[in-house]
Design a protein around this ligand. Structure first.
Ligand code: ZN
Length: 364
């Protein structure tokens, strides 16, 4: 796609991210955002992206960042471990995405009020990183104060957004809550009414954020739930997004079809019709954590079921009581199965999100 010819492999800046989202709305595509927890998951995502000649959003959650550093560190100081873990993960993505020749939007997922010191630590590190390399460590950060009053939510988000702007980092905010549970963020018992954002709240947020910059995305809830559940338990209303776009256009005299960039949380398990509708109404980023978790596990499960006679002891299998099984339990073999399942899922998803062949590196 010629309109994205300005992109280069590697982690992109907030400004380039904004341009990508502009074209996403114009060409009607969205990018998947995948929560990565280690180099294994990052490599799978980069391989799928390269195979599909496209762009990807890699994100680290608060506890996913701690996991990146290691579970033992996590017990000592959860904030410190999340800061160090996301810095380590980000550095790996910066390098690996260049080797893979893939453009990446690098993002941090839900940062609740309690986790703001995580963000403070990242910003502190980022100031030095920016001075040294002339670019930011992350393309974007999410602040999730959806459980707070909207005024507090926007006051705090704007405070950080001003800091982000200096480092060329975008902000993602959340309005209304995402149901279900993910990564320790438990909204399973929340009243259903909080799962649907009012367009008036979107207008309020827009007014506040646009005074600072237009490099923001909004996770406006339209019944979204983290995790995969029976479809009868979830009622998604993407019309909320359409009505918000209409309201902003009217109040700010904007001609652009979809002035707002929306984020679809809890995209796992969603049907094609809902995905298409949400893209039509300005969704540019779709979070797919649960489906990736399942693909990752299903690969290992299938590997085990196919090879179980070779996986119960170091010696002894149907070929003989003293035959070695080393080739079967080598983690590179069963982890590769898991990777292949993630790649297969993601390649299919790129097609559904209409984002195949957005970027092809010329290897000549
Ligand atoms: Zn989410």
């Amino acid at each position: 796609m010629n309109c994205l010819s300005f992109l280069k492999p590697g982690v992109m800046s907030g400004k380039d991210m904004k341009k990508v989202f502009y074209f996403a709305k114009k060409k009607k595509f969205a990018l998947p955002a995948i929560n990565c927890i280690d180099t294994n998951s990052i490599n799978s995502v980069l391989e799928a992206t390269r195979k599909s000649n496209t762009i990807i959003i890699i994100q680290f959650s608060f506890s996913g960042s701690s996991f990146f550093l290691g579970k033992s560190f996590y017990k000592g100081n959860i904030i410190k471990s999340a800061i160090y873990g996301s810095i380590l993960g980000a550095k790996y993505v910066h390098e690996a995405s260049i080797y893979y020749k893939v453009p990446v939007i690098l993002h941090t997922d839900h940062c609740t009020k309690d986790c703001l010191p995580w963000l403070d630590g990242l910003l502190k590190y980022n100031i030095d990183f920016y001075k040294s390399y002339g670019k930011s460590l992350f393309s974007s950060h999410m602040i999730d104060l959806s459980k707070n009053k909207i005024k507090d939510n926007l006051d705090i988000c704007c405070f950080y957004f001003k800091k982000f702007k200096k480092l060329n980092i975008n902000i993602e905010i959340e309005l209304g809550c995402t149901g279900g549970e993910e990564d320790g963020l438990d909204n399973s018992n929340i009243h259903r009414k909080y799962l649907y954002t009012s367009p008036k709240d979107v207008l309020y947020a827009y007014k506040k954020l646009i005074e600072i910059d237009n490099t923001f995305t909004i996770a406006a809830s339209f019944g979204n739930v983290h995790g995969v559940y029976k479809s009868s338990n979830i009622c998604l209303s993407p019309d909320i997004l359409l009505n918000s776009q209409k309201l902003i256009k009217k109040k700010f005299f904007i001609k652009e079809i979809n002035p707002l960039n929306f984020v679809f949380h809890g995209g796992s398990g969603s049907n094609k019709k809902i995905i298409k509708k949400s893209i039509d109404y300005g969704v540019v980023k779709i979070n797919l954590d649960t489906d990736i978790q399942w693909s990752s596990w299903k690969g290992i499960l299938d590997y085990y079921l196919i090879n179980k006679d070779y996986l119960n002891s170091q010696l002894g299998n149907p070929r003989g009581y003293d035959k070695p099984n080393k080739k079967y339990y080598d983690p590179r073999v069963w982890l590769r199965y898991s990777q292949k399942y993630i790649i297969r899922y993601l390649v299919k998803k790129f097609k559904i999100l209409n984002c195949l062949n957005l970027f092809k590196y010329n290897f000549k």
